[in-house]
Design a protein around this ligand. Sequence first.
Ligand code: SF4
Ligand code: SF4
Length: 283
Amino acid sequence: MRINPNKCVACGNCTYVCPMGAIYIDPVIKRATINREECVECYACYNGLSQEHLNPTMVRTMRKVFQMMRLRFDPEPDVCPTAAFEPDELTWPRVVRRAFSDPRVPHESTGVQGRGTEEVKTNDVSGRVKVGEVGFTIEFGRPGVGVRFHEIEKMSMTLAKRGVSFEKKNPVTSLMTDTATGKIREDILNEKVLSAILEIKTTVDRTEEIIRAVWEVEKQIDTVVSIGVGTRCDENGEEHVVAPVLEKLGYSLERAKTNIGLGKISNEPAPADQKQEPAGAAR
Ligand code: SF4
Ligand code: SF4
């Protein structure tokens, strides 16, 4: 994203809408400016502000005249009065920023908008997490911090050493050069995005080990990390295997939502010993 300095009148409205705090009024040129290193191409500025097409010279003159009279001339707070935002023609690798940051753009790898994954919300249909397994979503960057891929890679490589498997239908996985090591493409490592999710699964007995590994890496990276844990319920809709581990680790559990599958099962049939299990639920 760029701001056309010939159009900007430095009203400052856009500085409040950027989730990365990447827009500032440059005191030298007296225009709003975008820190390109920090901008994640989320388009919140471009789409979030109404664009008016006032004449920049006229607006600047009015602002100066009003200032001399100790008055202010400010546009409505949700408006860029001179339509100064000009989206870039994004090319690789910068285009990755937008794919992970603008919720209206679907990920090419998965076709899913937003973070590009359905996580375990459709588990009954997708069968991502089976009986005896636990799935983790490790989310980076939210709220309002963002994350660079080299930070995500630190986590993915640590987890790969522990033998976890990465979800194939996940956009971060699609950017790995080697899912056995968790290595992410070299050319995007410094790209920054609003948020991203790593999805892994392992067996339920390794729940504590994986969470402790996430804690360790979290201390070494400069972003926010949230862990989601998904597993399957028993025939009574309860879960007594993973929940005690989480409580032991200090998490206070609340049944926030139960996902019940109503779709057509399109994944491969479960092994015979799993077939009698009822429709499961992600916790
Ligand atoms: S809202 Fe538009 S005119 Fe106002 S500072 Fe931002 S880019 Fe400049
Ligand atoms: S595209 Fe997003 S991150 Fe970049 S300047 Fe606009 S609001 Fe900020």
